[in-house]
Design a protein around this ligand. Structure first.
Ligand SMILES: Cc1cc2nc3c(=O)[nH]c(=O)nc-3n(C[C@H](O)[C@H](O)[C@H](O)COP(=O)(O)OP(=O)(O)OC[C@H]3O[C@@H](n4cnc5c(N)ncnc54)[C@H](O)[C@@H]3O)c2cc1C
Length: 444
């Protein structure tokens, strides 16, 4: 092949899409394309079992990229209120809209401080076009944690940090004390921005990966676990275990795009390649459980995304379909990021039944009566779910982390240092450009 793409998550599929005029093999270890963009379905009710929503594209190039995949973007815009905050037994609808700031459940002093912070974010937004770039705007913000920044630099009380915690844990893999102020503020900037809009399909971002996989000229090769990469005179030899046929295979490619995260990369890129074990040590991940609970739920929540403050067992939930009639079955999708560093041990140490019981008890604590309405639960477990942008990580990543070595190009969303679908798309696009340049150079 001219190109082998390893991993059919959003980044690998995006790379393959931009190389579709070339001879490309997409190799995926799992049973379906999509990676963490995973669709769920509970007796005919679709729901996002992994990655859920994206930002409505902010420029025409992005818009036409989505449109070229046949996606109805306007139909996917989330009706307001997009988010809501559950704090001390009450809801604050549209909590991340600047209009809701006067109603934030904090002291007058904190409210004023928050208004100033949101005004600064709106000002910075002009220059914070960070995806795909090597420079951090306001780089000093990457030196400290979000909690330090909020409390020490801005003089806000720990109560503000506590309110921001579920958002940070769910979207950035770690609480405000763990993630860098730079990463946290970059995400919050988009939430508070008056110009940004959230969009989602009923089955979540799996709609994007399915669309990408469908337009590729060759089907994704499933159940192909890549186990070694060897540099050859004119490209790379890819060794893989075909889980379906239960046999070893090898494939030669002029260029390889490795669109899998650290766990695969650190195993595949010793020896022949220019990465050191110490480079991979810097990549830290949160773990995640997504629980889908089905039943004729009477629980009402104003937002599409509903953040629950002060609950260690989960951070947020969505209720789908949003317009279900009373008494009809709904699915409550509960997002349960696992605390770092003990998260993986909890994830692996608990049986699914125990995990479900923990989540049900937590839900019942906040919304009594919900537990008895639930008929069935599905659990989805993500081991290395989200890259954690700890202080200094994005600075190091952009300055020092290499993303290619000759015919081998890395393309995982982790290389943006931010866990979001836009990061995966940008990385896939970059890798495709670099692969084309390499093929071009090899030809001449
Ligand atoms: C639970 C959850 C919810 C999220 N929600 C959102 C959200 O709402 N909005 C948002 O913007 N972002 C969200 N994210 C983050 C975002 O979805 C991801 O950053 C992005 O989709 C990752 O895409 P990727 O292609 O980089 O990686 P992955 O999806 O991890 O894909 C990597 C692929 O490589 C394959 N692979 C690995 N090793 C090998 C091997 N040796 N051989 C062959 N194949 C291999 C894997 O099986 C996988 O399919 C969420 C993430 C999680 C985990």
């Amino acid at each position: 092949m001219e190109v082998a793409v390893i991993g059919a998550g959003l980044s690998g599929l995006t790379a393959a899409y931009h190389l579709r005029e070339r001879q490309v093999a997409v190799l995926e270890a799992g049973d379906r394309p999509g990676g963490v963009c995973l669709a769920g379905n509970f007796h005919g009710i679709p729901f996002p079992a992994g990655s859920a929503y994206f930002y409505y594209p902010w420029d025409d190039a992005w818009k036409s990229w989505y449109a070229s995949l046949g996606l109805d973007l306007d139909g996917a815009i989330i009706a307001p209120p997009t988010s809501a905050l559950w704090h001390r037994g009450g809801w604050l609808a549209d909590c991340f809209s600047p209009k809701a700031l006067p109603d934030w459940p904090v002291s007058d002093r904190d409210r004023l401080g928050l208004q100033k912070l949101v005004a600064d974010l709106a000002r910075w937004e002009e220059d914070w076009d960070v995806l795909g770039t090597r420079q951090l705007p306001e780089p000093q913000l990457d030196d400290c944690s979000l909690a330090q920044y909020v409390e020490q630099e801005r003089g806000l009380s720990p109560e503000v940090t506590e309110i921001l915690a579920p958002y940070c844990r769910s979207c950035l893999g770690g609480g405000p004390e763990t993630i860098s102020a730079w990463a946290g503020l970059y995400f919050l900037m988009a939430e508070w921005s008056s110009g940004s809009r959230l969009a989602a399909f009923p089955e979540g971002n799996a709609r994007l990966t399915t669309a990408l996989a469908q337009v590729l000229p060759r089907p994704v090769r499933l159940q192909q676990v890549v186990t070694a990469l060897r540099r050859t005179g004119d490209g790379v030899e890819v060794l893989l275990w075909d889980r379906g046929a239960k046999e070893w295979r090898s494939l030669k490619a002029g260029v390889v795009i490795l669109a899998a995260g650290k766990v695969a990369a650190r195993r595949l890129l010793g020896g022949d390649w220019g990465w050191r074990e110490a480079d991979w040590e810097r990549f830290r991940y949160s773990s995640y459980v997504v629980a889908a609970l089905r039943g004729p739920l009477s629980l009402r929540a104003p937002g599409y995304e509903n953040w629950v403050v002060g609950e260690p067992a989960f951070s947020d939930f969505i209720l789908t379909p949003r317009n279900a009639a009373a008494g009809e079955d709904k699915v409550l999708v509960l997002y349960a990021p696992q605390a770092v560093p003990q998260g993986q041990a909890t994830l692996l140490g608990q049986t699914p039944e125990a995990q479900a019981e923990t989540l049900l008890a937590a839900l019942e604590r906040h919304f009594p009566g919900t537990k008895q309405e639930i008929k069935e639960i599905q659990l989805f477990r993500f081991g290395h779910a989200q890259i954690m942008a700890t202080p200094g990580f994005n600075t190091w990543l952009r300055r020092e982390c290499r993303t290619a070595d000759g015919p081998l190009i890395l393309a995982h969303s982790d290389l943006e240092g931010l866990p979001c679908v836009e990061a995966a798309i940008v990385q896939g696009q970059r890798a495709a450009r670099e692969a084309l340049a390499w093929l071009q150079a090899a030809k001449s």
